[in-house]
Design a protein around this ligand. Structure first.
Ligand code: NAP
Length: 249
């Protein structure tokens, strides 16, 4: 139960969905967890309460990952609470689907600012905070980076960038024992997917039909893979793009 004893983890976008499940999973295995959120304080507080009620340690910190000032605040609060950093999960992300003719600057900037710029700025700060023991960075990508779908060119491009950044940084940071991997969920039932009204659509049914394991993913399916990448069980794994998609590709 203590694969992550004495480790400190930041999980961005952990107020709900996949991020919340990862934060709970890391907390249950002994990590002290910084539960980041952008707007959903109540959701983040609930995740913290869950971790603490199960004997773990956690705090909630508000920060928009696409703002440098907010990221500085996130890392300052982490240092103040726990004094070190070992694991960063870049999970905060937005997804919007637009056919080519409806793509706008706002649609592009919103997704690239959160999914790509936010991930880079947060990783930059984490690299400053990791000590000589190194660290593990887990970038939540998507199966659409490798299997883009019609109407999702901008979102797919953000996740293609995440995979490329992952490989590049694994080479750049390896000599400091910092491992960088991406974890790509297939369709996973989260608040975001419900808000986007994917569940029950023909699109959703089509994806399930093409998924060898025959179902939609649950946040815990992704969290278990994140635990592997966060822990020493993956000590020789870096620069990889791991799919957790029930075999969908
Ligand atoms: P979700 O339910 O919509 O939750 C998104 C989380 O990200 C929330 O905690 C939200 O915070 C946070 N967030 C959004 N913008 C942020 C920002 N600028 N700064 C900090 N936090 C921010 O999403 P999800 O479905 O769990 O997806 C999580 C990740 O998995 C994303 O990167 C997504 O692209 C990826 N993914 C999801 C699926 C899927 O099917 N669900 C599949 C493949 C990949 P607030 O609530 O506080 O605003």
């Amino acid at each position: 139960m203590s694969r992550l004893a004495n480790k400190v983890a930041i999980v961005t976008g952990a107020s709900k969905g996949i991020g919340a499940a990862i934060a709970k999973q890391l907390g249950a295995h002994g990590a002290s967890v910084v539960v980041n959120y952008a707007t959903s304080k109540e959701g983040a507080d609930t995740v913290v309460e869950h971790i603490v009620a199960n004997g773990g340690k956690a705090i909630a910190v508000q920060a928009n990952v696409s703002s440098q000032a907010d990221i500085n605040h996130l890392f300052a609060e982490t240092k103040k609470a726990y004094g070190r950093l070992d694991i960063l999960v870049n999970n905060a992300g937005v997804y919007e689907f637009s056919p080519l003719e409806t793509i706008t600057e706002e649609h592009y900037n919103r997704q690239f600012n959160t999914n790509v710029l936010g991930l880079l700025l947060t990783t930059q700060k984490a690299a400053e905070h990791f000590d000589d023991k190194g660290g593990s960075i887990i970038n939540i990508s998507s199966v659409v980076a490798q299997a883009p779908i019609a109407g999702g060119s901008v979102y797919s491009a953000t996740k293609g960038a995440v995979d490329a950044i992952t490989k590049s940084l694994s080479k750049e940071l390896g000599n400091r024992k910092i491992r960088v991997n991406s974890l790509s969920p297939g369709m996973t039932e989260t608040e975001g997917v419900h808000t986007a009204q994917f569940i029950g659509t023909d699109f959703h049914k089509q994806i399930e039909a093409q998924t060898p394991l025959g179902r939609t993913g649950q946040p815990d399916d992704i969290a278990k893979a994140a635990l592997f990448l966060a822990s020493d069980d993956s000590s020789w794994v870096t620069g990889e793009a791991i799919l957790a998609a029930g075999g969908f590709r």
